[in-house]
Ligand binder design. Structure first.
Ligand code: ZN
Length: 205
């Protein structure tokens, strides 16, 4: 852009006075340990610096998000092998069907709306975190759903050959030992749970 254009004049004034977006950029550079050396005179350098800043922001966000996720208590994904990629949206072909991958993502990401949820307690909101299906009084989290709940035993038997699973076995399955039975179990057991809570039982939703 030529030097006489209004947007250029405006941008240069903002740059000189260190205000508005320039101030925000400086702050972002400091937060992400990037050199704040932005200049209108060196267009190529400016683009490289902004690209580098963008990449650092992305990396920092990803690292912080991962740390927060792994620090959260009572979530099954803390225990999983994180080198496993259940779904790679950039891959040209997937090894498993979308039915399987969808359920694997939900199971590994702890995304089912079970009663046991982080940052809530039985006392806090008056709603129980106990399992909706069995009378064990156990917190209904992903491990209880996959491994322990007695009401779902027949679905485990049909898909895994056992009515209960050890927690180690659940982690092995989630880490890719056998995803098809996992998807079939989750699909059938989740439908059964939905049917029960819509007619006979209760849940927190
Ligand atoms: Zn249960």
């Amino acid at each position: 852009m030529t030097s006489g254009r209004y947007p250029r004049i405006l941008a240069e004034e903002i740059f000189k006075r260190r205000i508005f977006w320039n101030k925000a950029l400086k702050s972002l550079c400091e937060q992400n340990a990037c050199e704040f050396d932005l200049s209108f005179e060196r267009g190529g350098v400016l683009k490289d610096r902004l690209d580098s800043l963008q990449q650092k922001i992305k990396d920092t966000w990803l690292a912080n998000t991962k740390n927060n996720a792994l620090a959260s208590q009572d979530r099954i994904y803390r225990l999983l092998d994180h080198s496993v990629r259940s779904l790679d949206l950039t891959a040209k072909s997937q090894k498993a069907s979308m039915f399987v991958l969808g359920w694997v993502c939900r199971a590994r990401g702890d995304l089912l709306q079970l009663n046991g949820r982080p940052h809530s307690s039985d006392d806090g909101d008056g709603l129980s975190q106990a399992c909706s299906l069995c009378n064990s009084g156990e917190k209904e989290n992903m491990m209880h759903f996959l491994a322990d709940c007695q009401v779902l035993g027949e679905f485990r038997m049909a898909n895994f050959g056992s009515s209960r699973l050890s927690h180690e076995m659940v982690l092995s399955i989630m880490n890719g030992l056998n995803w098809l039975p996992l998807a079939k179990f989750c699909s059938a057991a989740w439908a059964y749970r939905s049917e029960l809570v819509s007619h006979f039982n209760w849940d927190r939703s």
